[in-house]
Design a protein around this ligand. Structure first.
Ligand code: LLP
Length: 434
């Protein structure tokens, strides 16, 4: 068994009669029709994950802002827009995507440490809900741009609460050593400056301490610090109306217990009761990760003895490599974070022929791998599903080695729809001038 029962329970993929399905659609059918590599998403799972988080905050006045960076494909954004989601963006490009997908600009919060003048102007003209401001200089720039455009900019300060989210160092954002947010100590002075500025309307306080968080304790720690700040600024006559708790809710990739949103929601509800604050969250991974799989074919088997897969013991003779048609340009997480993704053969295999494989891509980098040391029974041409790839999969993809970006498909019951066609070489070359 290469995939844990916890992951089988969490992923949108299930075996029926020896073949892998997403909802009522066999994955082999999608690969035959669309080719590989291809990302496949379950529309049901996107909706059910949204519903879980929404109901966890049930009785509190709240708004979910889907973190666009996790998966910015228009059809995914449209799905969430139709469910009533707002959006958390980090660039003007993401704002354009939200608008193109029919999202409501009045439910958009703009995070990020490096908002350019052009991006600020675009957001002001569009009329977004709030800028989550990350520095004194940014606050000054937003005020200047608002004045020039004759607008009043809604702002919240993103606080860096200096708590350890206990996650991968690349995706921890709420420690002093991270570039994000404003320290507690300087926040009051900035609130006072913003409050006195007629170009700004102070709305709230925000934080985001990291991603793939499984333990709620650091989140509550951050929440308590934000509440203390709300009280502190209230004593100086500034009433905040919104509290943004960020995203970061962890999912099952291997055997992690899924983040207990109900328990988290109950504590948040208890701590925010009677405060009259509207609570916001910015989930990305929780909504999309396990709704997606990346389908890829085995191009070549390169077993340790160089010629055959028969009778080779990888430990004695070196590594067995399965060279896939997907690569680090399609799915960067393993290369960048040594992330572990479950892998299933779309045709269910008996384990009798299994051996240990490294699944690698065709890119000319030794760091181009998708999964290491997996016990699988493989033949050339086999179709594999790389699990939990609905978040930070397609959105982190690139054209490295001049590879076209993968196609993307949304499944709904026994139907599927190509929501992003495979990129063509013409698409890639069209921006260049000789
Ligand atoms: N809000 C802000 C301000 C963020 O920076 C992020 C993620 C989120 C919300 C959403 O976090 P989530 O709910 O998805 O954990 N590429 C990495 C993850 C980077 C996360 C960056 N910020 C990965 O593949 O694991």
């Amino acid at each position: 068994m290469t995939v844990t029962p916890e992951l089988m329970n969490a992923t949108a993929a299930t075996y029926r009669n020896g073949t892998l399905y997403v909802e009522d659609t066999p994955l082999a059918e999608i690969a035959d029709a669309v080719g590989t590599p291809v990302y496949v998403y379950s529309s049901d799972m996107l909706k059910s994950q949204y519903a879980k988080l929404d109901s966890a905050l049930g009785s509190l006045p709240h708004q979910l802002h889907y973190a666009v960076k996790a998966n910015s494909t228009l059809a995914i954004l449209k799905t969430f827009a139709e469910l009533g989601a707002g959006f958390d963006i980090v660039s003007g490009g993401e704002l354009s995507r939200v608008l193109a997908a029919g999202g409501n600009p009045e439910s958009v919060v703009f995070s990020g440490v490096g908002k350019s003048v052009e991006e600020i102007d675009f957001a002001l003209k569009t009329g977004i809900e709030c800028f989550n401001v990350e520095s004194n200089s940014e606050l000054i720039r937003i005020s200047e741009r608002a004045e020039i455009l004759g607008k009043v900019a809604p702002v919240a300060l993103r606080i860096n609460p200096n708590v350890d989210p206990k996650t991968h160092p690349y995706i921890s954002t709420g420690l002093k050593e991270n570039k994000f947010g404003i320290s507690q100590e300087t926040a009051l002075a900035l609130y006072q400056r913003a409050d006195a500025d007629q170009n700004l309307r102070v709305r709230g306080v925000a934080c985001h301490i990291g991603s793939q968080i499984s333990d709620s304790a650091p989140l509550f720690d951050a929440l308590d610090q934000l509440l203390a700040l709300v009280d502190q600024v209230a004593m100086h006559g500034i009433q905040l109306t919104d509290i943004d708790l960020g995203g970061g809710f962890g999912v099952t990739y291997e055997n992690e217990a899924p983040f207990d949103v109900d328990a988290w929601g109950a504590t948040v509800t208890e701590r925010l009761a009677h405060r009259g604050l509207t609570v916001s969250v910015e989930p990305g991974r929780f909504l999309t990760a396990n709704a997606g799989v990346l389908l890829s074919r085995v191009e070549y088997l390169k077993p340790a003895n160089g010629t055959t897969t028969d009778g080779v013991d990888a430990d004695e003779a070196g590594k067995n490599f399965a060279i896939m048609d997907a690569a680090m340009n399609d799915l960067l997480r393993p290369s960048l974070y040594q992330a572990w993704h479950g892998v299933l053969n779309v045709r269910e295999q008996s384990s009798s022929q299994a051996r240990t494989w490294d699944l690698v891509g065709p890119i000319c980098e030794s760091g181009d791998w998708l999964a290491k040391n997996r016990t699988l029974s493989l033949s050339e041409g086999d179709l594999l599903a790389i699990l939990s790839t609905g978040a930070y999969g397609s959105s982190l993809s690139s054209n490295y080695n001049t590879r076209n970006r993968a196609a993307e498909v949304v499944v709904s019951g026994d139907r599927f729809r190509v929501v992003r066609r495979r990129e063509s070489l013409q698409d890639q070359l069209s921006t260049e001038i000789l």
